[in-house]
Write a protein that binds this ligand. Structure first.
Ligand code: NAD
Length: 491
């Protein structure tokens, strides 16, 4: 396990020698200590990234050259997939098969953006037809510059890949800060990039507190673009910092996503996807479909099946065979989710199952998967993100009512609909005010497709070609080609 900062192609302790603890959420034991970056360390990282961008030629490399590095990073991740997946489990708590999936996806993300980096060579410029024949014009894409990337703890390596891969593909250089509770695999990414021969300064990884290292990144004048995934309140701070310096900014924030199930749906299929939509990754998923709306005709039967299956989920240490629900990521998150359940009960919600620490666990941040009914429409349980394995479910009568309830949220990240009537499913999908819509499923995520939210769920899109655009500027180059003099001052 690595413990130092990766700045300008070198490993180093923090400038004041401080460290912070890494806690395994399954055992509550301190398993490691990692350097806590200071503002001085962040300054060194930004300066290295600046030099790599302004002087050392990373943005000037042909896309196919940058693609070679990205593919080497993808191969490096894959060659150590099993080991990195285990690190993710002891750091984050998620079950090993989920971590394994994440690590494979992270490698795939680097491969995908290698392909897009190559395509940048084929489409370097776009001719623009002008009404004025005295000029020609073209648009070219150029990297924005130094990207400051700040990520959360729910998909540690994957969130790093979603930002680092498109940024490097575009020709940007990067300073990345992982979440303080899950920094282990980001440091492995630095090691893999180093082994891949990535030039010094192109990727810098600084671990540490949001209020210190994160704040130093967003305040640094040498950073051109801020790319953030995390909570709304921190997103607002980042947007304010970006506004002050007119930095480019993209935000991937929270959600309270609806899942509408019509009464022609197969009940078992619906239950499977409802569970995947809220219990996967312990519900610590920004796009989790945490508000389920079920049509009256099947509501009681579906609820009974859901409770029956939810009670069967095997809870335990993510490294244990067959476990499908690990501990929550940290003590803080665990206490917040427990408090949200208590508040839901106080507001009048009924616990259909779960809601407490499972029997037989005296250590670890474990929580039974929880289904709440009767959560009032104006309660926090129905309206606010809980970010844990906690589902609110309620019946609806008509399609119109379902759409109205689904869209009645300040968030707009994701939404799902299930129906055998394809026309109806498409109609509801079109009516959702959300950036990601699933029909007859919930949560599958594709590197090729745009990812991001409407409303307070964020600004901009990651993944696919949209993810690359996040790190590109558009430049217009227009040329005067007429034989005639311009003739404004000099006749
Ligand atoms: P958080 O906002 O507390 O932290 C996210 C990151 O921001 C961390 O690296 C943290 O250190 C850093 N940070 C904190 N204060 C900062 C500051 N003042 N300046 C700069 N950086 C600072 O969120 P979290 O607890 O890590 O993650 C949970 C939240 O993230 C949830 O609300 C969830 O919905 C959201 N999330 C969204 C997506 C998405 O794709 N939209 C994905 C994952 C998580």
């Amino acid at each position: 396990m690595r413990s130092e900062l990766y700045i300008d192609g070198k490993w180093r302790p923090s400038s004041d020698g401080r460290t912070f603890d890494v806690v395994n959420p399954a055992s509550e034991e301190v398993i490691h200590r990692i350097a806590a970056a200071t503002a001085e360390d962040v300054d060194a990282a930004v300066k290295a990234a600046r030099r790599a961008f302004d002087k050392d030629g990373w943005p000037k490399l042909p896309g196919r050259e940058r693609a070679r590095y990205l593919r080497a990073i993808a191969d490096g991740i894959r060659s150590r997939q099993a080991e990195i997946a285990r690190l993710e489990v002891i750091d984050n708590g998620k079950p090993l098969p989920e971590a394994d999936w994440d690590i494979a996806d992270a490698a795939g993300c680097f491969d995908f953006y290698a392909g897009l980096a190559e395509q940048l060579d084929n489409n370097p410029e776009e001719p623009i037809a002008l009404a004025d024949a005295r000029f020609t014009s073209k648009a070219v894409k150029e990297p924005i510059g130094v990207a400051g990337a700040i990520i959360p703890w729910n998909y540690p390596l994957l969130m790093a890949a979603w930002k680092v891969a498109p940024a490097l593909a575009a020709g940007c250089t990067v300073v990345l800060k992982p979440a303080e509770v899950t920094s282990l695999t980001a440091l492995e990414l630095a090691a893999i990039a180093d082994e891949a021969g990535l030039p010094p300064g192109v990727l810098n990884i600084v671990t540490g507190a949001g209020s210190v290292a994160g704040q130093a990144i967003i305040d640094h004048k040498g950073v051109d673009k801020l790319a953030f995934t995390g909570s709304g309140p921190v997103g607002a701070k980042i947007m304010a910092a970006a506004a002050r310096d007119i930095k480019r900014v993209s935000l991937e924030l929270g959600g309270k996503s609806p899942f509408v199930v019509f009464d022609d749906a197969d009940i078992d299929e619906a239950v499977e996807w409802i569970m995947f939509g809220i219990f996967w990754n312990q519900g610590q998923v920004c796009s989790a479909t945490s508000r389920v709306l079920v049509q009256e005709g099947i509501y009681e039967r579906l609820l009974a099946r859901l409770v029956e299956e939810t009670k069967k989920i095997k809870i335990g240490d993510g490294l244990e065979e067959g476990v499908l629900l690990g501990p929550l990521v940290s003590k803080r998150q665990y206490e917040q989710v427990l408090a949200a359940i208590e508040a839901a009960k106080d507001a009048g919600a009924t616990v259909a199952c779960g809601g407490k620490r499972p029997g037989g666990f005296d250590k670890g941040y474990y929580l039974e998967p929880t289904v709440l009914t009767n959560a009032p429409l104006d309660s926090d349980a129905w309206r606010e993100e809980i970010f844990g394995p906690v589902l609110c479910i309620r019946p609806f009568a008509t399609e119109e009512e379902a759409i109205e309830l689904a869209n009645d949220s300040r968030f707009g990240l994701a939404a799902a609909v299930m129906s055998k009537d394809d026309l109806r499913a498409e109609r509801v999908a079109a009516a959702f005010r959300a950036g990601i819509v699933w029909i007859n499923c919930s949560q599958p995520t594709f590197t090729e497709a745009p990812w991001g939210g409407y409303k307070e769920s964020g600004i901009g899109r990651e993944l696919g070609r949209w993810g690359l655009e996040n790190y590109l500027e558009t430049k217009q180059i227009s040329k005067y080609v007429s034989e005639d003099p311009w003739g404004w001052y000099i006749k």
